[in-house]
Design a protein around this ligand. Structure first.
Ligand SMILES: Cc1ncc(COP(=O)(O)O)c(C=O)c1O
Length: 371
């Protein structure tokens, strides 16, 4: 490397780790980020604007967003001292890893999973211990426990349900992990509302458990960046040190409070997504050559009979944007599709059928391989 290179001082581990980026594609049907296709209800937006307008913008938000923490505490049923709101759950994953992980700390991470865990762990200098999923893309709980133990991992990260595969584990399995592995378990429940399986009931007994959730998916607030973390209050006090002061802007705080004040208003959109999910799965399974992995979240991992990148481009030309996950380990023939609004799902299905037809008989020639 040249003496004048600006990269000379950058940590070698950072240079090695691939950036987490997403090309800004525009499409009529956007099914690439597992977002809620239904916007935040219009009248609740008005309510958030009304409350926000009354605030003085020249003032910082509260140092600790006590009112939001209190509302979250009431909503989930966990003491407010054990709750921390963040600028998206990403920030809380980062803050947690920052206080638990240093150079050469072992962090166990299933493969494939959400890319951000590995990115943060690598930047912090951790040694990442890969734990492959089972052959059918489900969690191998025995492997999670034994490999984390053997490696002497300080932290095991589990995304439940897992992005991008959709697999999940139940409370009993999370308890087993906590009983048999003595490190910290960072349980990312970003898609909890679509799944229902949670480690929440274990928080009281296991102070090594940290759970993160988000308003980005089921609550339709991805654009506002709001997540929350639940853990033992003593641990939360330490994790809080790693978040930036005033991490959540006043508008997002206000909107989150409105969402919690009218929480029942979000149920219908979730119900529609869940019923659309059933339809989408049924119809995807009928497409020759497409394998659909069972999912507990608002997206499906699908294996395609044609090169996924080409199918991705073809779908995009047809106005449907999905996620090409074929560069993830073990997912070389896969795409991920989010559950959208009914009309969007219909458009996805039509585009997939037409797209695969346009590749010739490739799709029809192979069995679906669906379980
Ligand atoms: C598994 C998982 N965790 C966390 C996040 C980030 O959520 P947030 O928007 O709360 O930062 C995502 C976003 O896609 C995700 O898939």
């Amino acid at each position: 490397m040249k003496k004048t290179s600006p990269l000379r001082g950058v940590k070698p581990r950072v240079l090695k780790v691939p950036a987490y980026t997403l090309h800004a594609y525009e499409a009529g049907v956007k099914l690439n980020q597992n977002e809620n296709p239904f916007d935040f209800p219009a009248d609740l937006k008005e309510e958030a604007f009304r409350r926000f307008r009354a605030r003085q913008w020249s003032r910082y938000p509260d140092f600790i967003p006590d009112r939001l923490h209190a509302k979250l505490a009431e909503f989930v049923g966990w003491p407010k001292e054990g709750i921390l709101a963040g600028n998206g759950s990403n920030e809380l994953l980062q803050a947690t890893l920052m206080v638990l992980v240093g150079a050469r700390t072992r962090v166990a991470i299933p493969v494939p999973t959400f890319t951000v865990y590995r990115l943060i762990a690598a930047i912090l200098g951790a040694d990442v211990v890969d734990i492959p999923l089972g052959a059918d893309m489900s969690y191998d709980v025995d492997a999670l426990i034994s490999r984390s133990r053997e490696a002497g991992a300080r932290v095991l990260v589990v995304n439940n349900p897992n992005n991008p595969t959709g697999c999940a584990i139940r409370e009993g399995e999370i308890r087993r992990i906590l009983d048999e592995f003595e490190g910290f378990v960072l349980l990312d429940e970003a898609y909890y509302e679509f799944c229902g399986h949670t480690g929440f009931g274990l928080l009281e007994r296991y102070p090594r458990l940290v759970i993160t959730r988000t308003f980005s998916k089921a609550m339709g607030m991805a654009g506002l960046r709001l997540g929350y973390l639940m853990a033992h209050p003593d641990l939360v006090a330490q994790i809080s040190k790693a978040k930036l002061p005033y991490n959540i802007n006043q508008f997002s705080l206000t909107a989150a409070e409105v969402a919690l004040d009218y929480i029942d208003r979000f149920r219908p959109a979730i119900e529609t997504m869940l019923s659309e999910k059933k339809r989408l799965e049924r119809e995807l399974r009928e497409i020759p050559g497409v394998r659909v992995y069972p999912s507990q979240a608002n997206f499906f991992l699908i294996e395609t009979p044609v090169p996924p990148r080409e199918l991705f481009e073809d779908l995009y030309r047809r106005g449907v944007l999905v996620r090409d996950v074929s560069s993830y380990p073990t997912l070389g023939s896969c795409l991920r599709v989010s559950v959208g609004a009914p009309e969007e799902n219909t458009q996805l299905l039509t585009a997939l059928r037409d797209g695969l037809d346009s590749f010739g008989a490739a799709g029809a020639a192979r069995p679906t391989g669906n379980p």
